[in-house]
Structure formats: structure tokens, C-alpha cells
Design a protein around this ligand. Structure first.
Ligand code: NI
Ligand code: MN
Length: 232
């Protein structure tokens, strides 16, 4: 059986290719994402989409991809209601603390400390609480995608309970954790491998992977340095 493959498309967008050959997307903001390589703006395969919150740089291409590919869409209940109003089917709303099976993986919605309205034209629609996800693949790999978040103490619980092998943590600062907070998150999560996200997309996102790497070096933590479009 194949192994799980994780591809970063810039910002918070990532694709998890499962051992079963399915493509699970998290926060697929592709067409308007300055960091996304051109060849990845129109995905060939979308079996499932996980949405962390309603901001445009995360909800991104979800409506268009859902219409084109009819994937299973996983998100907080309020975003599911909004997507339903846009005619999207195969919605699997949930809330924090719960889990569901998605393409052979177990997906748990966990806390994130952020805000979460949906920008719908000139209106702001309540989009429920922002979230992160734990994705447990059938080959045993456990991935934590933190979404947009500040540092919070209950990352210790996430570490204790789900023991992630790999954490995708925002490090850009301003809207999310910067490297200093992410280094503390690494400690709380007790994770050995980190893929920095939500950095470098715009000049305002100033945090850099090298800064995080410097801060966690003594702990023997690997900060994976990928360019958008690259996989591990
Ligand atoms: Ni956000
Ligand atoms: Mn964001």
C-alpha cells in the first residue's frame, strides 16, 4: 500500500494523498492565492475538502471545487449551512471535539483561537467557530492542521490525546501565531516535525521558517522547508 503524501500549495492550502489514493484538501485557496503554483490552481482530483474557517483565504475555492468535483465537504455546522445556501451537496458539518471518517481517514475537529465570519459579497455572515483538524491516516500517520490560530494552552491536550507526527502550524504573525508562539506550540504538542504555513503570502506575514527552526533546534524538532507545490 502507498504511503500518505502531503503537498503544500502555499498559505494554508494543502493536499493529503491518502494510502487509498484519495485526495483530501484542507483550505483550498488556490485561484487567488499568490503563493500557489500556476499548475496547481485547478486540481485534477478532489475527494474531500476540510475547511478550518470562513475567511476568504481559507474558504477560497471551496464553492467552485465542490460544484466541479462533488467531494465530501467537512466544516463547522454554520459554514455547512452557508454552503447549502449556495447549492452545495455532500456536506458533512460537525463541531469541535467530534470526529468522522473521511476517505478512510479519521478526522477530528479541534479548537482554534481566531475569528470566523464569512465574507459573502458585501455582507458578513456568522461562520461559527474557527477550527483545526487532526487527520489520522490508515498508514498510521497523524497530521494536525492548526488552521488560523493564536497559541492556546490546550494544544497540550491535542498533543497528549492525538500525538501528531506532523503539525502544520501558522507562523506568519499578525493574523496568527508568529515563530515565537509557534515554538511554544511545538513544545505543547510534543511534535517532532513541523510544516510552517500561513507565511510569506503577503509582505505583512513576516514570520519565517528559519526563525522557528532556530527556536526549536535544541528540542531536535525538524522544521520542514517546502516551497509551494512541493510534497513530503
Ligand atoms: Ni483567518
Ligand atoms: Mn488566514
Amino acid at each position: 500500500m502507498a504511503k500518505t503524501r502531503i503537498t503544500w500549495l502555499g498559505h494554508s492550502a494543502c493536499r493529503i494523498d491518502t494510502p487509498e489514493g484519495k485526495a483530501i484538501w484542507i483550505d483550498p485557496w488556490l485561484s487567488g492565492n499568490p503563493s500557489c503554483p500556476d499548475r496547481d490552481r485547478k486540481p485534477a482530483r478532489v475527494d474531500a475538502i476540510l475547511v478550518t474557517h470562513g475567511h476568504g483565504d481559507h474558504l477560497g475555492d471551496v464553492v467552485a471545487l465542490a460544484r466541479a468535483h462533488k467531494p465530501r465537504v467537512v466544516c463547522v455546522h454554520e459554514i455547512a449551512l452557508w454552503l447549502q445556501s449556495k447549492g452545495i451537496a455532500n456536506l458533512h458539518g460537525m463541531n469541535k471535539g467530534g470526529a468522522q471518517e473521511v476517505c478512510g481517514a479519521r478526522v477530528t475537529m479541534v479548537h482554534a483561537d481566531h475569528s470566523g465570519a464569512i465574507e459573502d459579497g458585501d455582507r458578513l455572515v456568522y461562520g461559527g467557530e474557527p477550527a483545526g483538524y487532526i487527520v489520522e491516516l490508515s498508514d498510521g500517520l497523524r497530521v494536525y492542521h492548526a488552521g488560523d490560530t493564536a497559541l492556546f494552552g490546550d494544544m497540550r491536550l491535542i498533543g497528549e490525546l492525538y500525538r501528531p507526527d506532523l503539525a502544520l502550524l501558522p507562523i506568519g504573525d499578525l493574523y496568527t501565531m508568529g515563530p515565537r508562539e509557534a515554538a511554544k506550540a511545538v513544545e505543547f504538542l510534543n511534535v517532532r516535525r513541523v510544516l510552517p504555513i500561513h507565511w510569506g503570502t503577503f509582505p505583512a506575514l513576516t514570520g519565517r521558517p528559519e526563525q522557528l527552526a532556530e527556536l526549536v533546534r535544541a528540542r531536535g524538532v525538524e522544521v520542514v522547508s517546502l516551497r509551494p507545490g512541493e510534497s513530503l
